[in-house]
Ligand binder design. Structure first.
Ligand code: ATP
Length: 453
């Protein structure tokens, strides 16, 4: 496999062919920016969530889990700044009306730009480089001036609103539910500052040009933590959180050379610092997988102001009262999924000259942990014994049964979906209760007793 583009194509094709990811609404021609996770995809996605939850909630005495409602009072999005400022710079091709996201088009031709620049700044850069940017559909370079396009998705939830009232939005980001429940968690648990709240939730954005498979979609999930600290006690905690997030990706099997940090050049006015963990995606290179943000007291101050409820915290030991500062981590599940899949993907030539595609996912992430094969499917005694082994293992692990084709083909099928262990039941099993277990990465086999599986 030569170029990085070919690798991306191979991953997208494997994802479809083996039931990891399908285009959303495919039988109706497909819906841009929407994807459905198939049988192996949902396992991988759930395993990523479980591993993330384990790291950020189960293993931490100072973090508390949450699952807040997606629909929120519309004033939440005023307080957060989303109704006024959650926008991307849009321009339209004058010939065919295709919409482009200007900051990303500028970046693609090597011009430094981002969505936080003013319309004026972006229009200037856009004018200077217009000839170099071509419409992806009709190749024209004739575009309208840049203007801000709000990304919030409106709904007709509670359709009883009067004309002047705001619509209820789908969440533009998952973390707002954490701020709304800060007081509830302080009042109902033993949480004492410094402490964190973790949540995995859906987010929806009217992305101007969804692209790069799962990287930029219009519906996605975010895994977020918000860590609450005393004012001005942010720096040390921020460094620790950054390190922990990096270490987690490495622990979960991502090659360190495919990760890098990128500091934000244009900070939003309230932020004290912001860094992204970027992954080296096939076909488009390093890009944001997770944001780690030092957000000061902005979020809780805004919600105190807009709701009229005082969200300050009273320190039980000193009696001090203050609005806590927040350190945030926010990672898209789709971007993590794509990174884990890309990092694990290998095409190899084996010693016997055969070729195989293998997903070297870590054991915790692999969709199927054990595949169980009877050596021959026309020998009832082998099938019965294999079923016994399968029934035993499926109680504790996600297992797969496969009796179709020769053993080599069955191994190839499991390699492609990343199954760490294949178990073969043969005639020796009937005599001494041992099976062969084959390791995905080394392809080495050994005999072990069924009781040792
Ligand atoms: P970008 O600059 O790429 O649009 P962002 O800076 O707007 O991303 P955040 O608002 O910080 O992203 O969201 C946190 C995380 O959510 C991102 O790091 C990313 O993993 C994920 N994310 C954001 N937008 C999308 C999207 N359209 N599709 C998939 N994941 C997304």
């Amino acid at each position: 496999m030569g170029s990085k583009n070919e690798k991306m194509e191979a991953i997208v094709s494997l994802a479809k062919r083996r039931g990891f990811v399908y285009q959303g609404s495919e039988i109706y021609g497909g819906m841009a920016g929407m994807y459905d996770f198939g049988p192996y995809g949902v396992e991988l996605l759930n395993n990523i969530k479980k591993a993330w939850w384990k790291e950020n909630v189960q293993m931490r005495e100072d973090y508390f889990g949450l699952d807040s409602a997606m629909f929120k009072d519309p004033r939440v999005w005023d307080a957060s700044g989303h109704t006024s400022g959650f926008s991307d710079p849009l321009s339209e091709c004058k010939k065919c009306n295709t919409r482009i996201r200007v900051d990303k088009e500028l970046e693609a031709i090597g011009v430094t730009a981002d969505e936080k620049m003013s319309d004026e700044q972006l229009n200037k850069l856009f004018d200077e480089n217009k000839g170099k940017i071509k419409c992806s559909k009709c190749k024209s370079s004739d575009f309208t001036p840049v203007h801000a396009f709000n990304l919030l998705v409106k709904t007709n939830m509670g359709n009883f609103l009067g004309e002047d009232e705001q619509p209820v939005y789908l969440p533009g980001e998952a973390c707002q539910g954490i701020y709304l429940n800060f007081k509830n968690i302080v009042d109902t648990t033993r949480a004492k500052i410094p402490f964190g709240i973790a949540q995995i939730g859906k987010a929806f954005r009217n992305e101007i040009s969804p692209r790069n498979f799962l990287f930029r979609t219009r519906e996605f999930e975010q895994a977020d933590t918000q860590f609450f600290v005393r004012p001005n006690e942010n720096k040390e905690a921020y460094e620790k959180i950054k390190q922990a997030r990096w270490d987690w990706y490495v622990k979960m099997g991502i090659k360190e050379g495919n990760l890098r940090w990128k500091q934000h050049e244009n900070l939003v006015f309230y932020a004290s610092d912001a860094w992204d963990i970027e992954y080296n995606y096939p076909s488009y290179g390093f890009d944001e997988m997770e944001g780690v943000h030092d957000r000061t007291d902005y979020d809780l101050s805004q919600h105190s102001k807009f709701s009229g409820i005082d969200l300050s915290y009273r320190d039980p030991s000193t009696g001090d009262k203050y609005i806590p500062w927040i350190l945030e981590t926010s990672a898209g599940l789709g971007r993590m999924f794509l990174a884990f899949m890309s990092d694990a993907y290998e095409e190899q030539e084996l010693e016997n000259g055969e070729k195989r595609t293998v997903l070297k996912l870590s054991y915790d992430l692999a969709p199927v942990k054990y595949a169980i094969f009877p050596l021959l499917k026309n020998k009832p005694e082998l099938v019965a014994k294999s079923r016994e082994v399968y029934d035993l293992l499926k109680e504790r692990f996600n297992c797969e049964w496969d009796d179709n084709g020769n053993i080599g083909k069955r191994y190839r099928r499991q390699d492609e979906i990343g199954t760490p262990y294949c178990v073969v039941v043969d005639f020796e099993t009937l005599e001494d209760g041992t099976v062969t277990i084959r390791d995905r990465d080394t392809t080495k086999q050994k005999r072990i007793a069924i009781s040792d599986l």
